[in-house]
Design a protein around this ligand. Structure first.
Ligand SMILES: Cc1cc2nc3c(=O)[nH]c(=O)nc-3n(C[C@H](O)[C@H](O)[C@H](O)COP(=O)(O)O)c2cc1C
Length: 216
């Protein structure tokens, strides 16, 4: 897979961080996009179509442009064409390549993350490499098994995951009358802490990709 030269830009001192928020569920009536919109509203409040009504003021971050990638909206090539390191260029390859950092929003299915998300991951390679990611998982039990499975897969792609990750237990019980996710302040602060760590890694790795290209 090719890596765009734009990936070698520096984020310091004041360049804006570009974050791809990737929502992995493809079920009908899924929870994923609701959680992904909450993450996007935290990252980029002015651009959010439906900002959460009570974002914790302590959760203020430098705004970052967000590209929301909903796996349900992505048509990937046939899996028979897949080969190690990716396959034919997908319709979202350029969007993934353009991101400085990723937030994976994933449900937990049978103690892991869904096959739909693994498929998106496997269809790309250079687009992910040497960038950071954080994980927001959810489920009946908080999604921690999905988080830990995803970390191992991302490590194989040279993606650095933040120490902090967020597990949301039964988030469907915290929706307002417009269907927006409205968690308590502690969870908002948890998300901000993960995103603050993500930004640090994004800046460090953007400089490293530019100054010390890693080719093996
Ligand atoms: C096939 C399947 C397996 C599931 N397995 C788990 C599980 O292992 N742990 C858990 O906490 N929730 C589990 N759940 C519940 C999901 O976390 C919950 O339905 C969630 O809303 C799914 O996310 P989605 O609506 O975005 O698809 C499972 C749901 C499905 C559909």
């Amino acid at each position: 897979m090719s890596v765009s030269t734009d990936q070698h830009r520096s984020l310091s001192p004041a360049a804006s961080l570009r974050v791809a928020v990737i929502s992995g569920s493809v079920r009908k009536d899924r929870m994923g996009p609701t959680i992904a919109r909450w993450v996007a509203a935290t990252l980029d409040p002015p651009a959010a179509p439906d900002p959460a009504p009570a974002l914790d003021p302590a959760a203020a971050l430098d705004p970052a442009p967000v590209d929301l990638i909903d796996v349900a909206q992505v048509e990937l090539p046939d899996d028979s064409l897949l080969y190690p390191g990716g396959g034919p260029k997908s319709e979202v390859a350029d969007r993934i390549a353009a991101a400085d950092a990723f937030v994976f929003v994933t449900p937990e299915y049978n103690h892991s993350y869904p096959a739909s998300l693994k498929r998106l991951i496997d269809w790309h390679y250079g687009e992910w490499r040497l960038k950071p990611a954080t994980i927001v998982a959810y489920g009946v039990h908080g999604g921690y098994a999905a988080i830990e499975h995803l970390r191992g897969v991302l490590a194989e792609l040279s993606v650095v995951t933040t120490r902090r990750a967020l597990g949301l237990r039964v988030p469907w019980t915290s929706l307002d009358d417009q269907g927006r996710y409205t968690p308590d302040a502690e969870l908002s602060r948890g998300l901000t802490a993960s995103l603050t760590e993500l930004r640090w890694w994004a800046e460090v790795l953007a400089d490293a990709r530019r100054d010390r290209p890693f080719t093996t």
